[in-house]
Design a protein around this ligand. Sequence first.
Ligand SMILES: NC(=O)c1ccc[n+]([C@@H]2O[C@H](COP(=O)([O-])OP(=O)(O)OC[C@H]3O[C@@H](n4cnc5c(N)ncnc54)[C@H](OP(=O)(O)O)[C@@H]3O)[C@@H](O)[C@H]2O)c1
Length: 325
Amino acid sequence: MRAWQVAELGHAWDVLRLAEVRVPEPVVGEVLVRVLAAGLNFPDLLMCAGQYQVRPDLPFTPGLEVCGEVVAGGPVGTRVIGAPLPAGGLAEYAVLPHGASFEVPGALPPADGAALFVTYQTAYFGLHRRAALRPGEVLLVHAGASGTGSAAIQLGRAAGARVIATAGGPDKAQVCRDLGADLAIDYTDGDFVPAVLEATSGRGADVIWDPVGGEVFDRSRKCIAFEGRIIAVGFASGRIPDIPAGHALVKNYSVLGLHWGLYRRHRPELVAETHAELLKLYADGVVRPLVGQTRPLAEAPQAYRDLAERRVSGKIVLIPWTLAA
Ligand SMILES: NC(=O)c1ccc[n+]([C@@H]2O[C@H](COP(=O)([O-])OP(=O)(O)OC[C@H]3O[C@@H](n4cnc5c(N)ncnc54)[C@H](OP(=O)(O)O)[C@@H]3O)[C@@H](O)[C@H]2O)c1
């Protein structure tokens, strides 16, 4: 089968090589799927560069999530979504480990299926399990037009929160409004802190979704409400911020770490429950993954470059060769 492989670490678009490899063989408990769609994620970029928590042996195939059709090891023909481990989605076939494949309706478009996994699970765990977001609270979503941000806006609205989003540029700000944000702030046009304070009568946001880190995290501490919760989701800016304990004390707020992947290891039953809840929200039309681009798998290197250079809103989903024609 054809698969993209990384044999040396670096920028994904520089190091990805197309290879002819053996179809992986599932062991007991694993399922083999024919990949129908593969979702790209920011962590793939980190993994290709050797900067992610998970460092697969070289060479490896990147790609954290797929929607596929079971061809061996499980109910053949069933459509599932899930995470190949530790990587492996950018290929014609992928193996999903035990407990890491989740059935979806056969009619679910594969691109939506692939995009309904990592970012939605992450956003759901962050908002509900970690931050215990309540109806009527103000949720500030940074990078609202990103993969995780777009999911957080939709899930925040679904939870009954008032959602404020930030984004880089007027087009992305409009994307946030279209996703359901009550207010979208184009941070290229001015600081988000006074805008958030003005919109909340000086209180600030109860929950802040921060996948950016760096200066964005530092500034977020200026507009967090009393008893607020800042969720440290990621550091797309490239800088991991320090958390000043004294400031958290005097303003009475919390900083919550979020590593969704650990729930798969420690609390897999919660991941399955969240999958069921996400499918219900999808069926009710409450959430719709923002698939900004659907492209052939052949374009993986350029697609990763577009992701890294912030040229996409929502998710990029790749469709394998045999299906893309
Ligand atoms: N905690 C977890 O379990 C978990 C799970 C998944 C992802 N993550 C992390 O969450 C972060 C976002 O992931 P994602 O999939 O949502 O990413 P994404 O779709 O690629 O979006 C990242 C966004 O961050 C903003 N950004 C600000 N500074 C940036 C910079 N220097 N380079 C690139 N983007 C920058 C951009 O939005 P603007 O153009 O609007 O500024 C960009 O669109 C990543 O750090 C990822 O590793 C964490």
